[in-house]
Design a protein around this ligand. Structure first.
Ligand code: PBG
Ligand code: ZN
Length: 265
């Protein structure tokens, strides 16, 4: 897990494209965080500058952006806070603004990960033509640990259970997918992946749209640590994990192993 400067990411994108990687999911960490997460929709923000720079050199690479406020808010929550709680409806407009700024900077598709109710609808209204990959079934999970460390986005109070899903519930995942599709999502995503293979399968069987799965930071870190300790072979464990996610029904897999995978295959 690491972070890049704009220049470093341009070089990294060239390297990855050279290996045959076709798509990147871009996240940003702003220089300064604030209450509203204003860095998220800044036309000169880190993601927007990166998109323009990478786009100029890699016209064929698919650039997808994570749309959320938690990397940009000082409190680390995915929406704005009013009276100690995340204000769902007030956050929607900020997410739409963020998605629009990404597309204006060159994003091919946007991936809202905030889990506010109604965000796919407002983004669809703002961007009628842009593919939306909705983090539809995103569970409140312990497996986001390494990501939050790198993004410095651990909530400063409370947790994300108010807007992320209960890990014990599968039917709610189907309801979330249904809502996101009705609001205009093109792809629905299940996240994390390995502990939720049954959810991927259920979503695959219920809907005909492309299904994505996000093999998250903690899933990756577990295998990396186990391999470093000599408990297992990283390549075999990674290939087995990714194949299991495909087998469960994912058409698209977001993974930190993509670079290794491009080399291995
Ligand atoms: C932001 C976001 C998170 C991840 C992707 N987008 C963190 C979170 O919800 O806390 C997790 C990615 C990972 O763990 O690899 N909403
Ligand atoms: Zn978030």
């Amino acid at each position: 897990m690491s972070r890049y400067s704009v220049e470093d990411l341009v070089a990294e994108a060239a390297r990855l494209a050279g290996l045959g990687v076709r798509a990147l999911l871009v996240f940003g960490i702003p220089e300064e965080k604030d209450d509203e997460g204003t860095g998220a929709w800044d036309a000169d923000g880190i993601v927007q500058r990166t998109l323009r720079a990478v786009r100029a050199e890699q016209p064929g690479l698919v650039l997808i952006t994570d749309v959320c406020l938690c990397e940009y808010t000082s409190h680390g929550h995915c929406g704005v806070i009013r009276d100690g709680e995340v204000a769902n409806d007030e956050t929607l407009e900020l997410l739409a603004r963020t998605a629009l700024s990404h597309v204006e900077a060159g994003a091919d598709a946007v991936a809202p990960s905030d889990m506010m109710d109604g965000r796919v609808g407002v983004i669809r209204e703002t961007l009628p033509e842009t593919p939306i990959i909705a983090y539809a079934a995103k569970y409140a999970s312990a497996f986001y640990g390494p990501f939050r460390e790198v993004a410095e986005s651990l909530p400063s109070f409370g947790d994300r259970r108010g807007y992320q899903m209960d890990s014990a519930n599968v039917r709610e995942a189907l309801r979330e997918c249904e809502l996101d599709l009705a609001e205009g999502a093109d792809v629905v995503m299940v996240k994390p992946a390995m502990p939720y293979l049954d959810v991927i399968r259920a979503v695959r069987e219920r809907f005909d749209c492309p299904v994505a799965a996000y093999n998250v930071s903690g899933e990756y870190a577990m295998v990396k640590s186990a391999a470093a300790a000599g408990h297992l072979d990283e390549r075999q464990a990674a290939l087995e994990s990714l194949a299991a996610i495909k087998r469960a029904g994912a058409d698209v897999v977001v993974s930190y192993w993509t670079e290794s995978l491009a080399t291995w295959l």
